[in-house]
Design a protein around this ligand. Structure first.
Ligand SMILES: Nc1ncnc2c1ncn2[C@@H]1O[C@H](COP(=O)(O)OP(=O)(O)O)[C@@H](O)[C@H]1O
Ligand SMILES: [Mg+2]
Length: 333
């Protein structure tokens, strides 16, 4: 079985890129090699295929039986949907969520509207570039966090993202617009524990892969202002401690699992997704966002770290295409 590995490669030389996290979502060649090795172990023939402008022709001419999709694409909120939509057009079965889910999850404000009220979200507002009516923002409780509405991998999120006043938040929105060309999402800051949940499988076979707490290595230093921003992610070995399962009361863990299942169902996730949550000051979990193409970096992918004690890397990757095969009733061999 010829399997196209649809991906976007992080340039080896991204030094000097502006902003410096421009390619943060893209994959390294080590990740692609690790995925290929895992699929080859299953008896498949993996063929790495860069999801660039030539992708339509490459897909059409490549005689592929299946596509393993981790392509982040290029552009704004629909970028992750493009490779999946092309596979659908060319009738190539593919792993993971379809174009609609990929686009909806990329637009954090839309994803919030879809999962809420069944799943709690922090009060928030979308700020389109150049918008001037700010009356609504006075009702938010400060501090807030200001993030790009349609980025991932914590792009555009750093210590300056936490803003103590409306004026500071609007300045941050302007900065995001200028540097990332993105609409901004202002959300009330959730000071509690950060959690990410792996959900795999489909329909009645959907299951929780793990519930992982992402904690500061030095809680004294960061207090409850810890965020999993770009700098922290890059320096995870020194600055982060991961706990699986999360160190939370059983009742909170079961609310988180139910919320993750609900978000995956409401957003239409397939095969594998990672869903981020944070607790408020009362310990109540709130949805942050859903990643239907979670990073599979064999060293530092959050879902890989989450599975380290339970599912070997190759099995995690193979599970994605095996779940897709079951969903589509296509034997994978
Ligand atoms: N409302 C919030 N309250 C507290 N921290 C937040 C909030 N929203 C985001 N963060 C922090 O910013 C990080 C990145 O935000 P997230 O919404 O997950 O976007 P991304 O797609 O970039 O991962 C989170 O992991 C969390 O640490
Ligand atoms: Mg996230």
């Amino acid at each position: 079985m010829r399997v196209a590995i649809l991906h976007n490669l992080r340039p080896e030389q991204s030094v000097g890129a502006f902003p410096d996290d421009m390619y943060e979502e893209y994959d390294t060649s080590d990740t692609i090699s690790a995925i290929c090795a895992a699929l080859a172990d299953l008896g498949l023939t993996p063929v790495p295929l860069v999801a660039d402008r030539q992708l339509p022709c490459k897909l059409q001419d490549g005689q592929f039986d299946f596509a393993f999709n981790i392509a982040e694409g290029a552009g704004r909120r629909c970028r992750e949907a493009v490779a999946a939509a092309l596979c659908e057009l060319l009738e190539i079965p593919f792993t993971g969520s379809d174009a609609l889910t990929l686009a909806v999850a990329q637009d954090k404000a839309v994803a919030r509207r879809i999962v809420s009220p069944e799943v709690l979200v922090a009060p928030g507002r979308l700020v389109e570039p150049g918008s001037s009516d700010m009356s609504d923002f006075r009702h938010l409780r400060y501090p807030v966090i200001v993030k790009p509405n349609d980025e991932g991998s914590s792009k555009g999120i750093g210590p300056g993202a936490i803003c103590g006043s409306l004026e500071a938040a609007l300045e941050r929105c302007r900065w995001l617009g200028e540097n990332y060309g993105a609409p901004a999402l202002i959300e009330e800051f959730l000071p509690g524990v950060e959690i990410t949940v792996g959900v795999c499988g489909n329909g009645s076979e959907r299951r929780i892969l793990g519930v992982m707490e992402i904690a500061p290595a030095d809680p004294g230093m960061d207090g409850n202002r810890f965020i999993y921003d770009v700098g922290t992610k890059r320096d995870w070995r020194r600055r982060v401690r991961y706990h699986v399962p999360a160190r939370l009361p059983a009742q909170t863990l079961s609310i988180i699992e139910a919320s993750a299942f609900a978000a995956a169902r409401l957003l239409g996730c397939r095969d594998l997704a990672r869903i981020d949550f944070r607790l408020d000051e009362h310990g109540v979990p709130h949805f942050l966002e859903c990643n239907p193409l979670p990073g599979l970096d064999p060293e530092q992918g959050d879902i890989v770290i989450m599975c380290r004690g339970s599912v070997p890397y190759a099995e995690l990757v193979q599970g994605i295409i095996l779940d897709a095969g079951r969903r589509l009733d296509i034997p994978i061999r």
